[in-house]
Design a protein around this ligand. Structure first.
Ligand SMILES: [Zn+2]
Length: 395
């Protein structure tokens, strides 16, 4: 039944999305949640398989779609245009008018339409779960079912610190900060796990398509991949909380994932002719991790008790600009790691120099000094700019 709910929710979501995409501004007929709900009711009468599913799950999928559009219209800088839900990737559905009960210290139960009471392991305190009014049930790629209870992001406790930081998100697994620190995202897998994954992948290549053995191997690989994803997510949550806690202003590069992949194709020395496909894929995952990082950073900044401003700086030239004399030249970047200005001779770690340039540009944008490098910027959440000049943390 849960699998059917996932399929139904995906079907309704995608169909609703297609309908909205086909709509033209000059059409008299409107498309909104109300019209789509009416059509859903009719479709449920026409198609038995749809009618057999839960109407509340299907309606929740349409509301979810509407929410995705509302988000996009309200904050185009933060949310992408709604995309298709893919089988095997976006498996899940919403439950509204939630009923939950606690069984004991470790287990609870949630009422799922047409499936009855389903047990879940408690990983949150009961009062948090009890107060939520809706939940999302998801199936991850290693076939684990999860239920998450929706509630507003809790307020983030912090005191104003009067400090600012610039972040350079690398094509590698680290963030350089303007105060000279490299924060490392956890390695995808430890050596033993990596070896196991390679072995499984070789095995997969030999196995017959459609066979049960192959499906089992695929499942084992998926399990390793979800482990990687879990670790990264954990690191992202912790790191973004620390940053929002510690700084009043956080300047980041306004990198789009697409640009990031392109720029990753080569270094200054090696413009990258033989980029392997696999490396490309790796960077794609990297890019996704960075967009999640950015998103969590601004989510948390918006919920901070005392204001935190996240400033996005246009990415042009940040890695080639000299912090001392503001000279911009590709020749300044001697290698992936070394920055040496051809005009004034200033020498630094290339990533740290970039982070400091980003900080200076971010401060300029926020009207707090720094170089006028940035042309435009988006502030994710407008904190009052009228405050004591910030101490620039230049190492
Ligand atoms: Zn210089």
């Amino acid at each position: 039944m849960l699998t059917k709910h996932c399929q139904d929710a995906r079907f309704v979501y995608n169909l609703g999305l297609e309908q909205r995409k086909l709509w033209q501004p000059n059409r008299a007929q409107k498309i909104n949640t109300a019209t789509q709900m009416r059509e859903l009711a009719e479709a449920r009468k026409t198609f038995d398989w749809l009618g057999e599913g839960s109407s509340t799950v299907q309606q929740a999928a349409l509301r979810d779609l509407d929410q995705a559009f509302q988000n996009r219209w309200k904050r185009p800088d933060h949310f992408h245009y709604p995309t298709w839900r893919k089988a095997g990737v976006d498996e899940g559905f919403y439950i509204r008018d939630l009923s939950v009960r606690k069984l004991n210290r470790k287990w609870g139960e949630v009422l799922v339409p047409k499936a009855g009471w389903i047990r879940f392991r408690l990983s949150r305190s009961w009062p948090e779960i009890e107060v939520s009014s809706s939940a999302r049930v998801t199936l991850d790629r290693s076939n684990r079912w999860h239920v998450s209870f929706t509630q507003p992001q809790p307020a983030l406790q912090r005191e104003p610190t009067g400090t600012a930081v610039g972040l350079d998100m690398g094509v590698h697994t680290s963030v350089a900060t303007s105060n000279g620190v490299h924060l490392h995202m956890p390695k995808l897998l430890n050596p033993g796990e990596a070896q196991r994954k390679r072995r499984l992948q070789r095995k997969l290549a030999r196995q017959k398509k459609g066979s049960n053995r192959r499906a089992r191997t695929k499942h084992s690989i998926a399990k390793l991949s979800t482990r990687e994803a879990d670790r990264r997510r954990d690191w992202i949550e912790k790191t973004t909380t620390t940053l929002v806690h510690d700084y009043d202003l956080i300047a980041v590069e306004d990198l789009r994932v697409k640009d990031m992949i392109r720029s990753a194709r080569g270094t200054v020395e090696n413009p990258g002719k033989n980029v392997r496909w696999k490396a490309g894929l790796h960077r794609l995952i990297q890019g996704q991790a960075w967009s999640l990082f950015r998103k969590r950073l601004s989510d948390k900044a918006a919920r901070a008790i005392s204001p935190v401003v996240v400033v996005a700086v246009p990415p042009e030239d940040t890695s080639y600009t000299c912090l001392q004399c503001e000279n911009v030249s590709k020749k300044n970047r001697k290698s992936q790691a070394v920055f040496k200005c051809i005009t004034c001779g200033y020498e630094a770690n290339a990533d740290i120099n970039a982070a400091q340039t980003i900080l200076a540009a971010g401060l300029a944008v926020a009207g707090r000094g720094g170089t006028p490098h940035a042309k435009s910027a988006m502030t994710d959440h407008s904190g009052p700019v009228k405050r004591q000049p910030l101490e620039e943390e230049v190492a």
